[in-house]
Design a protein around this ligand. Structure first.
Ligand SMILES: Nc1ncnc2c1ncn2[C@@H]1O[C@H](COP(=O)(O)OP(=O)(O)OP(=O)(O)O)[C@@H](O)[C@H]1O
Ligand SMILES: [Mg+2]
Length: 277
């Protein structure tokens, strides 16, 4: 059996109830101005979704379909227009800056480029020390060596700088930094697409394990359906700013309702899925 992390106890700051959905997005619209033509367009166009505590949901779609824009808006980090977003039970529209800042540790983001996410001037240890300095109580549950072991890294790496880490190791450090906060929601935006194929599977296995051991919900963004299927319970298929199909992975992958989903599945390397006509 997998060892579970210590349950949330004291010292985690003000908490929101455990039973509210970690994220609900209702009719979200986000507009951007096209850098070339200067015209305003809807990068996210009326998207609704919900992620419950401990659930793992994916947003898939081709490049430019609006996945990152949706994730940034949903976590309060990017611009948002019409629609309602509730993060950990709080409406982003009415949440003041201070309260949003307090919620930040609960929502951790892992980006595609691990080296770009780490400060090149900081060793792994000093990066962790900085986070601990900002969130002393919240991060006291585990020491650095044990934290690295949680992401299957040797504590010997603590004194390395980012350029001395492989892509896979650097991404594990990013995941460790996220875990240190004991978040309620982890958003992983293409977490393996910047990595060598040989280490992608290891990082995905780690994300699966993180889900099981921490109980954190996961919002995984990917254009790779195989990645999504191996980690997530449910999937939202996005095309040109809209969600065209949502459902449990098993259903969407075996019996896709939308032609675009069928296209994505057919484009998967070694796709076994064949169109039902
Ligand atoms: N800050 C911005 N200003 C203007 N346009 C933007 C901005 N950010 C994204 N866009 C545009 O909005 C659309 C959606 O972009 P987004 O990054 O959300 O797509 P994505 O699905 O994450 O793509 P990818 O798979 O390539 O990461 C694209 O046409 C993109 O060029
Ligand atoms: Mg993106």
């Amino acid at each position: 059996m997998l060892e579970r992390d210590a349950p949330a106890g004291t010292g985690r700051g003000s908490r929101t109830p455990e039973n509210v959905p970690v994220l609900t997005v209702d009719g979200l619209v986000v507009e951007h101005r096209d850098r070339g033509t200067g015209e305003v367009f809807r990068a996210v166009d009326g998207v609704s979704l919900r992620i419950d505590a401990g659930e793992s949901a994916a947003v898939v779609g081709e490049s430019g379909s609006g996945k990152t824009t949706l994730a940034m808006a949903a976590t309060g980090l990017g611009p948002r227009g019409a629609g309602e977003i509730r993060l950990l039970g709080h409406s982003l529209a009415t949440l003041g800056r201070r309260r949003l800042r307090e919620l930040r540790p609960e929502v951790q983001i892992v980006f595609q480029d691990p080296h770009g996410s780490l400060d090149s001037r900081q060793s792994v240890r000093s990066g962790l020390r900085e986070i601990r300095g900002l969130q002393r109580e919240r991060t006291s549950w585990i020491d650095d060596a044990a934290l690295l072991e949680r992401v299957r890294l040797s504590p010997d790496l603590l004194d390395r700088y980012p350029h001395q880490l492989s892509g896979g190791q650097a991404q594990r450090v990013c995941i460790a930094r996220a875990l240190l906060m004991r978040p309620r929601l982890i958003v992983a935006d293409e977490p393996t697409s910047g990595l060598d194929v040989s280490v992608q599977a290891d990082v995905l296995a780690l994300l699966r394990e993180v889900r099981q051991t921490t109980g954190a919900a996961l919002l995984m963004i990917s254009h790779d359906l195989a990645v999504v299927r191996s980690v997530c319970d449910s999937v939202h298929v996005m095309r040109r700013g809209k969600v065209v199909e949502s459902g449990p992975c098993e259903t969407v992958f075996t019996d896709p309702a939308h032609a675009y989903t069928r296209e994505l599945l057919a484009a998967m390397p070694g796709a076994r899925w064949r169109a039902r006509r």
